[in-house]
Design a binder for this molecule. Sequence first.
Ligand SMILES: C[S@@+](CC[C@H](N)C(=O)[O-])C[C@H]1O[C@@H](n2cnc3c(N)ncnc32)[C@H](O)[C@@H]1O
Length: 228
Amino acid sequence: MLKNFAHISRRYALKTITVSDGDLSYAASIATRFVDGRDLTATTYDSYEDLLKIYPEAEGNVERLKSLSVNVIHNVAVQNLSTDNRLAGEKFDCIINNFPHSGFVKGLSETVPEMIKRHQDLVISPFFKHAVKMLHPNGQIHITHKAAPPFSNWDIVKIAETHGLKLLSTTKFNPNRYPGYRPKCGAGHTPNKGFRVGKCVIYKFVLKKLKSKKIYKFVLNSHKSKKK
Ligand SMILES: C[S@@+](CC[C@H](N)C(=O)[O-])C[C@H]1O[C@@H](n2cnc3c(N)ncnc32)[C@H](O)[C@@H]1O
């Protein structure tokens, strides 16, 4: 069993939400190994019916999550994250979005500025805009993203800064650390298709107004009392 979840000790209860999960294998992996299911909310953009049609493993992952007391919510778009009445008023210590992507457009390559802007406008900016409203003052927002062009041209750090966030650190993302997790394309003709993550990183953001080292320490300390 691994000791750390995204470099935050699992000894402390961390109220965590996953956003834009594909077949929910990531949420199932972290609920099994790193976070108490009662502290986890797992969300998908797809409806439950669509998930079952798209991903053969989704039903089993949902059952697994429910058996671990995870709050599983479907039809959650980043555009409505903080206003969704199923999440209203909730604050999280860790908000995770792995491989955000707004979907493929026929005839538009991932490399053209128009496509990059589409991803920025449809899934990156709205995600940060809503996630900051749901973030515990000492919490962290984690985005996992490919670190090579054209994905590294999305200006994720700059966009985060316009939403009152600052980069705390980056960590190499190794999917093998999350047994059972299967990264999914989630769009196009074969949404169940996996993809090779290649060189990618977890960008970890905190609110700009506080000093990052203090925040990080405080995140750990503030949860000692919540230990279950
Ligand atoms: C590249 S896939 C990554 C899926 C999953 N996070 C993973 O790591 O396997 C991008 C995901 O973003 C979701 N998505 C697309 N548009 C979205 C939106 N507006 N709000 C929330 N999620 C969205 C898709 O349903 C898809 O599951």
